[in-house]
Design a protein around this ligand. Structure first.
Ligand code: KE4
Length: 428
């Protein structure tokens, strides 16, 4: 496969951009090789600068539920564009967007738009601290909530991939207020709460985690977590930046049947443009400026371009809820095909799937916790990744990520992927 132009661009990029990329996980560091510089995307495909075509399972790390450049989003964007890009003043589309999010996710009585998932989670924590007048938070090892200082403690995603789950630059004082529990282990949460009685403002969780790879909270764990938060007057925050509108129309909270106090969103709600949001109980959200004293602001928050793209995406979901049946059918077909491919090649790796997000862990043991996830053989993953890439299938360049099926993926794409996996497993 010719990657000459990508190689040249990567050398150039590294002179001016840290690691040559604007987000670490894109650099192929944990799998090695040259990251592909992408020229364009269309439907389920992306094309690199050397003209190579790939079936895309990253989908920009989650936003592209409908694949690249779906017509209904592109046309909404172009129409919005003619009226101007941003005014720094309220617009009607922001009201429509807030109402639609609230309609699709009933626990969200009030919502504030921001520009990234990180902004959403940071702001949700600040609101919870302001509302409870308590300072400490609990997160879970392996969960990733963006790059806010107090989240980069035993974090997942790229932080885990690069072996710096606790990042330099995060002060000890900042880290001291972030307590870390074990995912799916309710006793680890109870222990922390007992040791910090009356001091915990919020617990934030990816209820269906995607950033240690895909690992879902167990039914009993997440239900006990809800009870604990009620008993201890702790704000329960579901980070649905990845799972929101991905695993179901109502997100992880619909799948698990547990209602958080605040939810955070990103990715899909931007229709491919930069957006984040946090929202939940009115009594909590009212505390956010200017209705309350908790300050949070953003120049481009709720900008008309991102709002029109996001509104088109969420309206499509509202008017076509059957897409989740289609996504389930395609994703289970792919999962079963991958299992068949492994059997054919005499391999026995673990797959976790939640709707149209899934992860192939290079371990034979069940993965229902962070400890189990990190037993994966990341170098074997790297070999598999390149075998698939060379066969035109673009998976995440890191073991501790989820990959995504979109409505744009065709049966032909899935069959090609399964065949590529069969051949790739035989090379391991
Ligand atoms: P952003 O700030 O990257 O928009 O969102 C941060 C974030 C928050 N919460 C969850 C559950 C997330 O998955 C993310 C971001 N996800 C990663 C992929 N694992 C983004 C990809 C990247 O870092 O380049």
């Amino acid at each position: 496969m010719n990657t000459h132009k990508s190689e040249k661009l990567f050398e150039e990029a590294k002179k001016f951009i840290p690691g040559g990329v604007n987000s670490p996980v894109r650099a192929f560091k944990s799998v090695g090789g040259t990251p592909r510089f992408i020229a364009r995307g269309n439907g389920s495909k992306i094309y690199d600068v050397d003209g190579n075509e790939y079936i895309d399972y990253i989908g920009s790390w989650g936003p592209h539920l409908f694949g690249h450049n779906p017509g209904f989003i592109t046309s909404a964007l172009l129409k919005a564009f003619e009226n101007g890009t941003s005014f720094g003043a309220p617009t009607e589309i922001e009201v429509e967007m807030a109402k639609l999010i609230s309609e699709l996710v009933p626990s969200v009585e009030m919502v504030r738009m921001v520009n990234s998932g990180t902004e959403a989670t940071m702001s949700a924590i600040r609101a919870a601290r302001g509302f409870t007048e308590k300072e400490k938070i609990i997160k879970f090892e392996g969960c990733y909530h963006g790059h806010g200082d107090f989240f980069l403690i035993k974090a997942g995603s790229g932080a885990l991939t690069f072996g710096v789950p606790t990042s330099p630059g995060v002060t000890k004082k900042n880290a001291a207020d972030t307590l870390v529990a074990d995912f799916n282990d309710i006793n680890s949460v109870k222990k922390i709460i007992e040791e910090n009685k009356g001091e915990i403002a919020a617990i934030i969780i990816e209820a269906i985690a995607g950033n240690m790879g895909t690992v879902s909270a167990s039914d009993s764990f997440i239900k006990q977590l809800r009870i604990l938060c009620d008993e201890e007057k702790i704000v329960l925050i579901f980070d649905e930046v990845m799972t929101g509108f991905r695993v179901a129309k109502g997100g992880a909270q619909e799948v698990l049947g547990v209602t958080p106090d605040i939810s955070t969103f990103g990715k899909i709600i931007g229709g491919g443009l930069p957006v984040g949001a946090y929202g939940g109980k009115k009594e909590i959200m009212q505390i956010v400026s200017p209705s309350g004293p908790v300050y949070q602001a953003g120049t481009l928050s709720g900008n008309p371009l991102a709002m029109n793209a996001g509104f088109a995406a969420l309206s499509y979901i509202k008017n076509n809820p059957e897409i989740y049946l289609e996504l389930e059918e395609k994703s289970s077909y792919l999962e079963n095909g991958m299992r068949e491919a492994m059997k054919y090649a005499g391999k026995n790796f673990w797959i976790n799937r939640a709707g149209s997000m899934m992860t192939l862990f290079f371990t034979s043991e069940e993965v229902n916790s962070y400890e189990a996830a990190v037993k994966s053989d990341t170098s074997l993953y790297g070999k598999f990744f390149h075998e698939m890439l060379n066969r035109g299938v673009y998976l995440p360049p890191a073991q501790y990520e989820a990959f995504f099926v979109s409505t744009a993926h065709t049966k032909e794409d899935l069959d090609k992927t399964i065949n590529a996996a069969k051949e790739s497993f035989l090379e391991l």
